[in-house]
Design a protein around this ligand. Structure first.
Ligand code: FEO
Length: 405
């Protein structure tokens, strides 16, 4: 690999991770990239570093443009390990460079490295750094998605270095959206955006809306959005901005995800007539069995759909463990603007459906009650009840969906 020029002396010098499949628990079937950027100006500037394992690759890519010892400034937009753990290797090559970072970033960096040997300058929103012909503008984005996070805008090039924001976990031979749309497909890129947003940014919708509005108020012209993961938006950055605004505003498909697990296939048998009832109401339906599906995929499908049905057998009077795990994970993501109900089979006293509702209500989601419980295995009569349950839920999803139109 070598550096890839974005625009007039601004280069991608990052690394492609073809092999990562588990990104702190988030399944990444397409791998990812750790993007960082080099600006060739009177004072050469590096924006972000990469994960430790890829330090030698980014150094080699930098070297394809300039000797790393000539770097004068290093901007650290975010201190999560995938972006900052090669900084000591880079600083060893240019020990007199100055690091630009938020105050919260500096505090975090101090926990990972001995920072006493480095020149560090704290920056906040509105601060600028003139590096020659170009000016960098720093924009703090706290909780997008860590307290330390910020973005950097290269004024003269109209490039927003957006850190995790607008990124995707895609390892690809190409760097730009127009190239990806040609060699792969735009729908795959959109899917990766939704996947990333659902699994990483779902809790921060209100902050995202406010921050995008702030960027608009600042009057920044954005011709390119260069995130620290995946594909760079050069042909249509407005598309990903609009996708973020839509998702932050509660956009979802008029569809239902049935997310379930099963012990001896009884809860599973309930899903078929329920699915049919949903479809017969003209609502799309996707069925996801936990334990057969990565958690991050189940989260994405929950996020895509306006309605979700949680299916859980009762085990020892409580929810099935994989369903409890899913709901706990989902609660941490603070979902909004979705409607849910629960169903499942039981043998003795039941309890799982009740517990599923308690968890759904803790999240503050809209519910359709009382759900549906079937003793042992659904009979033919029970299957009709399941079908009607699916139909009724789909009707309620359609009504609820109207609120967002
Ligand atoms: Fe890609 Fe928050 O790190």
């Amino acid at each position: 690999m070598k550096a890839v020029e974005l625009k007039n002396g601004v280069y991608w010098v990052g690394a492609i991770d073809w092999a990562v499949r588990d990104f702190h628990g988030y399944v990444t079937p397409r791998g990812t990239t750790y993007n960082n950027y080099l600006i060739m100006d009177d004072e050469i500037t590096l924006l972000d570093t990469v994960k430790y394992d890829f330090a030698d690759i980014t150094i080699k890519n930098i070297r394809s443009v300039v000797e790393p010892s000539k770097i004068r400034h290093v901007v650290i937009n975010h201190i999560e390990n995938d972006h900052v753990t090669s900084i000591d290797k880079i600083m060893a090559l240019t020990p007199d460079a100055t690091i630009y970072i938020t105050e919260k970033g500096r505090k975090g960096l101090d926990r990972f490295f001995d920072i006493s040997k480095w020149n560090i300058k704290i920056v906040k929103t509105g601060d600028t750094l003139k590096i020659g012909k170009r000016t960098l503008l720093f924009i703090e984005t706290p909780m997008l998605h860590w307290p330390d996070s910020m973005m950097t805008y290269i004024k003269e090039e109209k490039i927003l270095i957006s850190q995790d924001g607008f990124g995707q976990h895609i390892a690809s031979a190409v760097r730009f959206d127009d190239e990806f749309a040609t060699c792969e497909s735009m729908s795959e890129l959109e899917d990766a955006i939704i996947d990333y947003y659902a699994n990483i940014l779902m809790p921060f919708g209100q902050i995202i809306k406010t921050k995008i509005a702030d960027l608009q108020k600042m009057g920044l012209e954005i011709e390119m959005i260069a995130p620290d993961h995946g594909i760079i938006w050069r042909s249509n950055p407005q598309k990903v901005l609009q996708m973020y605004m839509d998702m932050a505003g509660g956009k979802a498909n008029l569809s239902v995800s049935i997310i379930y697990d099963t012990m001896w296939h009884s809860t599973e048998q309930m899903t078929y007539p329920i699915m049919q009832g949903i479809k017969d109401e003209g609502v799309e339906c996707k069925v996801i069995r936990l334990r057969a599906t990565p958690m991050s995929v189940a989260i994405k499908e929950f996020w895509r759909s306006r309605g979700t049905l949680i299916g859980t057998p009762t085990l020892n009077n409580i929810m099935y463990p994989s369903v409890a795990e899913f709901l706990t994970h989902l609660r941490g993501l603070r979902p909004k603007n979705r409607i849910a109900a629960a169903f499942g089979s039981f043998g003795w006293g039941g309890g799982a459906v009740k517990e599923a509702y308690e968890e759904i209500k803790r999240m503050g989601l809209e519910t359709v009650e009382p759900g549906l419980q079937i003793l042992y295995r659904p009979s033919l009569e029970d299957e009709t009840t399941c079908y009607e349950f699916g139909k009724e839920f789909a009707k309620r999803v359609k009504e609820y969906h109207q609120k967002f139109q």
